[in-house]
Structure formats: structure tokens, C-alpha cells
Design a protein. Structure first.
Length: 98
């Protein structure tokens, strides 16, 4: 496959990822700027495991170089996001995935 075959998937990661990965319940955009976007994701785990929640930065670089696109999910520097967006109910209901 050519990298451009995945461009639409990367551009629409929030809706596309849960459609192709049954473990991903959702990917919710939180905040961002031109360089990165904060997202919250809930991951379904089979019983007896507890579902996971992730709050992380998403970096998307399309056309990083000719024929190259890149998506990185990172938790580096996300403590402020956890404090702001991870509710007390979510802290009780899910395991924080890191």
C-alpha cells in the first residue's frame, strides 16, 4: 500500500480507529493546537479485566517527507490533561492505561 492510502484514516483517527479496532470504544478530542491534539480514549477489555482509559497527546504529521505520514500518541507532559479531563467517576470506573 502507498502511504497516501492511509491519509484519510490518519486525518479522521477519532472516528476511524474505533471502526477498525473493536477494543477502542471511542477517541474523544479534548483540546489542541497546530502541533498536537489532546484525546481521551476508552478501551474495552474482556472480563475479568477492567476497561482502560487513556488521556494522551496525538501528534499527526502528514507529508512529513515525500510519501511519509506519521501519527504518534504520547503521554509525555499530560499530567495537566489528566487533572483537567479525567473525572473522578472515570478514575473509579477504569484503569488508567499508560
Amino acid at each position: 500500500h502507498h502511504p497516501d492510502d492511509f491519509r484519510e484514516f490518519l486525518e479522521n483517527f477519532g472516528t476511524a480507529f474505533p471502526q477498525v479496532n473493536p477494543m477502542a470504544r471511542n477517541v474523544i478530542p479534548l483540546e489542541g493546537n497546530a502541533l498536537k491534539q489532546a484525546v481521551k480514549s476508552v478501551l474495552n477489555f474482556p472480563f475479568p479485566l477492567t476497561d482502560r482509559i487513556m488521556v494522551h497527546w496525538k501528534y499527526l504529521r502528514l507529508n512529513r517527507s515525500p510519501n511519509e505520514h506519521m501519527l504518534i500518541l504520547s503521554e509525555e507532559g499530560n499530567q495537566r490533561l489528566l487533572d483537567k479531563y479525567l473525572t473522578q467517576n472515570e478514575r473509579k470506573q477504569y484503569v488508567l492505561a499508560r
